[in-house]
Design a protein around this ligand. Structure first.
Ligand code: 13P
Length: 255
């Protein structure tokens, strides 16, 4: 059985007081949750404060990106060891906003994935097709290519321990969600490809999250799909009540 994982991607939102205020409201709300893993990904500036605020809870903390080098002359970048130092245990990699707006390709994501694993972080590796690619019937090919490229050099044991997020680009921040069937089809394909890359056991253990306009109202239906093991939530994770409702919905779906 895969434990559901709910991850909040705050993107470029929240100051330190806003972020700590979220945890103050959210942590008690999920204090009794032992059947799901919860991760908050604040902006870099709030990482240490959020990690500190989460210290006596089961809520973990993630970076939203990293640089593949451990240190050096890379102005504006953050290394994996720095994320660990700030209290992160996870890191989101290859988000479509990084791919589209900041030019990251699969080779870059692979280098970042390796750096994350070597530093002891759990990567949440994002893949997903654009609307044009979906309409051209290329969804499964694109997902396979992204997976293969982004996980190049990753061992079966490492695949088992990492997280893949399927985020159709057309569903991110648009209010347009993949149907539960569309999500399941994509996730089943991702799991098949993971099995080809790392074997059946690794594919079976790897958690696959859906992301793209997840809300309290649709989280249970999507989370109830066989190969959906949780969600990566943007907009609806900014409010503690709404994200807590999504956690509850995903737990109901996993029953
Ligand atoms: P929304 O939930 O705002 O659509 O964002 C999804 C996302 O990009 C999470 O990483």
């Amino acid at each position: 059985m895969r434990t559901p994982l709910l991850a909040a991607n705050w993107k470029m939102h929240k100051t330190v007081p806003d972020a700590v205020g979220f945890v103050t409201a959210f942590a008690p709300r999920v204090a009794a949750v032992t059947d799901a893993d919860i991760v908050l990904a604040p902006p870099f500036t709030a990482l240490a404060a959020v990690a500190d605020a989460c210290r006596n809870s089961r809520v973990a903390v993630a970076g939203q990106n990293l640089h593949w080098a451990s240190q050096g002359a890379f102005t504006g970048e953050i290394g994996a060891g720095m994320l660990v130092d700030a209290g992160a245990t996870h890191v989101i990699l290859g988000h479509s906003e990084r791919r589209q707006l900041f030019g990251e390709d699969d080779a870059v994501v692979a280098r970042k994935t390796r750096a994350a694993i070597d530093a002891g972080l759990t990567p949440i590796v994002c893949v997903g097709e654009t609307l044009d690619q979906r309409e051209a019937g290329e969804t499964l090919t694109v997902l396979g290519r992204q997976l293969e490229g982004s996980l190049a050099g990753v061992t079966p044991a490492e695949i088992a321990a990492l997280v893949v997020a399927y985020e159709p680009v057309w569903a991110i921040g648009t209010g347009r969600t993949a149907t539960p069937d569309q999500a399941q089809d994509a996730h089943a394909h991702i799991r098949r490809r993971l099995a080809e890359i790392g074997g059946d056991e690794a594919a079976d253990r790897c958690r696959l999250l859906y992301g793209g306009s997840v809300k309290p109202a649709n989280a249970e239906a999507i989370g109830g799909q066989t190969d959906v093991d949780g969600a990566l939530v943007g907009g609806a994770s900014l409010d503690p009540g709404s994200f807590a409702e999504i956690v509850d919905a995903a737990r109901r779906a996993a029953l």
